[in-house]
Structure formats: C-alpha cells, structure tokens
Write a protein that binds this ligand. Structure first.
Ligand SMILES: [Zn+2]
Length: 342
C-alpha cells in the first residue's frame, strides 16, 4: 500500500462521508444486470461484460456531458420500477459501507426519470426508495443515509414543482434535500433564478438545497455560480469547479459558506478538468482561499472509482495534505442534510 492509500485507510476507520452520488451511477453492475433481467428489459447487449461497458464510463473518458447522459439513460431505464428502485437504494448504501466504510451517505435521483414517462406512479417510486433506505438502515445501523430528489434542467417548471412537492411530502421518509441537474436546453445558459420560488418552498419545509452548477460552460458557467448563490442560496453546490478561475466568485462562496461537492475523477473523465495538474490547481485554489468543499465520486460504479480512491488521488498529487484530507472528510459529515441518527 502506498503512503496516500495508507493515510486514507486510517481516515476510513472513523467513517467516511460521501454527499454527491447519483443512484444511476451507484449500483454494482452485477445487481443492475440481475434487475434488468428480472424486469425483462430489452438490452442492446447479451453478454454481461458488454453490459458493464454499457453502464460505466470508459476509463479513457467520455466526450462530455451528453455522452454521460446517454449512459444514465440505461441505468435510469433499469431502475424504472418500485422494485428496482428499492433494490438499487438498498444496494448502493450497503455497498458504500461494506467497501468504503461510508457512514454518512446522500444518494440523489430523479423519480420522474424512473417512472417510464408516467406509466409508473411517482409516489410508488419514491416510497420504494424510502423502503430501500429503511432496509439499509436496519442492516447497517452505523450509517446515516438520506435521499435527495432531483429536478431537471430539461423539465418544465410544472414538472420540477411536482418533484419539490414530493420531496416535501416524503421528508419524514428519508428525503433530505433537492437538487437540479440534467442537460442544458440547447446547451446554453440555464435560467437558474426562475427556480427561486421552488427552492424557497423546499427550504421553508426544512429540506437541504444543493445545485449542480459550474461544472463546465466556461465564462457562462462561472456567471451561473454567481446567479445560483445570489438567487437560490444553496447550502451546497454540485461541482462548482469553475469558480477556481475567478477570485470574486471564490470570495462569494467563502463569505456565504457555500460547500462545494467536488468529484475529481468524474471531472477528469468528462473532460471538465484537463488533467491531474488542473485538478490540483483547482483544489489548491479552494483550499488556499478558504472555500469549503467535500470530495465525492458522482457515482462510484459508473465512474469506476470509489471514495477512498478519490482521497488517495488528491493526496498523491499533492492537492491535499493529510490534515486537509481529514478536514474535508469531517466537513462531509457536518455539511450533510441528513441528521445524525438518534
Ligand atoms: Zn452529479
């Protein structure tokens, strides 16, 4: 074991925290394969290893977010039933604890991308996720886990309003927050400020708010971070790495104590970060300016990396020192929306 891996192993003894992982990318392909067969889903491949290729990102990376979205289409289709969602949530939480000793975990998913365009009842899908969560909580009492419901940038305002309404309705059943992701319409700027009333409603009901922004998009992406912080005031931001290129944006993030959820390998695989050098520069910029952040995988199975690998990578390339890695993990526990288990 090299030095960085040994340090991570030491950290893991206390329990790790992962706050940014998508359900569609968090379930072991072997489990997904079985679920797909049980549901009789027509897959374009007949062999298991071809299936693994279908639902994971090539280690050489993808051409960008649209290609990643095409992979999600398959995992979302397979997870599109109450039974599949229950198994997936249960499998993802158990797997995270067994392989990574993750004791604080938040899983995010869009229920409306799992109801076959309305054929399946949304409440059934969400309650199935909640059952999967309950089962995992019984099996792994040291784990505190919560679910984040995601709105989508391709959805209408009405559709996103339904997601928020459901998140509030099921907040006593393990839903701890809301998020938005998905491809931008026409690849242009997304009018984040229009979400303000929905986000306010969610916050007033006691839900946490995290927003995917500033992962890519150059100058527009940086401006979008500013817009999100000003108008949506999320506690956390998914990615936000473009802020490292702009002192003013970093100042705002520091002053508002917004926590970035940084997913290093995911950013390298999608090309959002060019290489390990750029990753190091980005992480150092935040660390040196006091911008708070946590580390996550975005989806360990799809990205074929795990939280320990991510921390080891940052230690190995000198993006984080030992004490900083410890602080980043502690922040993961403290910035979670899910409350400690009582
Ligand atoms: Zn994400």
């Amino acid at each position: 074991m090299d030095e960085s891996a040994a340090l991570v192993a030491e950290l893991s003894r206390e329990g790790l925290a992962e706050l940014h992982t998508h359900l569609g990318g968090s379930v072991d392909p072997a489990v997904m394969w079985t679920i797909a067969h049980e549901q009789g889903i027509a897959l374009p491949v007949k062999d298991y290893w071809d299936f693994v290729e279908l639902v994971t990102v090539d280690p050489r990376g993808v051409k960008g977010l649209p290609e990643l979205d095409a992979i999600y289409k398959w995992t979302e289709l397979i997870q599109s039933s109450p039974l599949a969602v229950e198994r997936s949530v249960h499998g993802a939480i158990g797997g995270a604890y067994r392989t990574q000793t993750i004791t604080t975990l938040e899983l995010r998913f869009n229920p409306m991308k799992r109801n076959r365009g309305g054929e399946q009842d949304l409440d059934h899908i969400i309650m199935a996720a909640s059952r999967g969560l309950d089962k995992a909580r019984l099996e792994y009492p040291k784990v505190r886990a919560g679910l984040i419901l995601m709105m989508d940038r391709t959805f209408t305002h009405e559709q996103n309003a339904v997601i928020v309404e459901k998140a509030i309705r099921y907040s006593d059943r393990g839903i701890v927050g809301v998020d938005i992701a998905g491809p931008r319409p026409d690849g242009g700027r997304y009018p984040y400020r229009q979400l303000a009333p929905l986000v306010e409603t969610a916050r007033a009901a006691g839900l946490g708010v995290t927003i995917h922004v500033g992962e890519e998009g150059g100058r527009h992406g940086i401006e979008e971070i500013g817009e999100v912080v000003e108008h949506l005031r999320p506690e956390r931001i998914g990615h936000g790495i473009l802020a490292a290129q702009d002192e003013e944006t970093m100042r705002v993030l520091r002053e508002t104590e917004t926590v970035l959820e940084i997913c290093p390998s995911s950013n390298l695989l999608t090309g959002a970060l060019a290489d390990e050098g750029e990753l190091k520069e980005t992480v150092r910029a935040f660390a040196d300016r006091g911008v708070a952040f946590t580390i996550a995988t975005d989806g360990p199975e799809m990205m074929q990396t795990h939280l320990r690998d991510e921390l080891a990578l940052l230690l190995r390339i000198g993006a984080l020192g030992r004490d900083e890695a410890e602080a980043v993990n502690a922040r993961g526990h403290s910035a979670a929306f899910v409350r400690p288990r009582g």
